[in-house]
Design a protein. Sequence first.
Length: 316
Amino acid sequence: MVNECVRETLKLLLHSFEYPDYELTRFISTVKINLIADRLYLIKKTLSTNYKNTQYFTVVKKIEKIRMMFQEFSNIELKHSENLFLIRVDDFPHWEYGTEKFERFASIFEKNRIKFLLGITPMLSKNRHNPYERDFSPLTDKEISTIKKFSVIEIALHGLTHQTLKNKYHSEFMGLAEKQTKEKLAKGIQVLKSFNLFPVAFIAPFDTFDKTNFQIFTSHFKIVCGGYPSARTFGFYITPCILNHSVYVASYKPFSGSAKTTLHWLKELKPQSLIVPITLHWAAEVESNFAYVDELLKRLNGHILPWKQLPEIAGL
């Protein structure tokens, strides 16, 4: 079961607006709100590639509708300001690239003083797409040293091995029993803590998990991340929102992918006081020599929200 925490979610959606708390209480007790962005998502994404590739703008429409309802109910004008952005980076360490290239990537963030959430896998599978792989690479001293060089990195646990359980649909967690899910999380957290790395969030490999998995994730973390595959396996929720008293941050297309694509679509976002999650895969930016990453960070500079502030905004 997934518990939708509407009051805390509204605090995130209305984070930049001034309103008395009693108006929020009256609104919640009077108006029925659900946090699903679109209940027909699975049908629409099958029928329309464009709909699937612009998921986030469906979320924006739902947020706009909720805000309009609150404005009409309370007679308080909501004056919008600039958007804020959360940046998530997946896959450290990497199967193909070593720490030198990652250091070049992270140094761009350090130069711009922009924080990002880094998904770290403690025991990386040598072949993540093979469920029968038995060769794993534990984190090395060099990799740990690399992470600790950068003050802008916030730590997330990115699975335990990043190895799929099945051939057809890639997921490290879907279908696991509660006990197995708990054991994986506990082991991953223990490894990171042994290096004095304390994760503030969880990122499921492949962005795939089910509701049973999510129950366990939220018992360990105040922030749980999803992505566009999560809309199919877990549900198409607005983002960020509060589920099971944790912040659920799903990064949807077109802001989950490449820095180049994100730059292209940023111009479509109006200043609406949104909290916009962006997901990058640092290794995918190597080919462009991180040029689009540099351009993206220059564009977003001054509008970045540190991940650890999310639970505080929601009052968790």
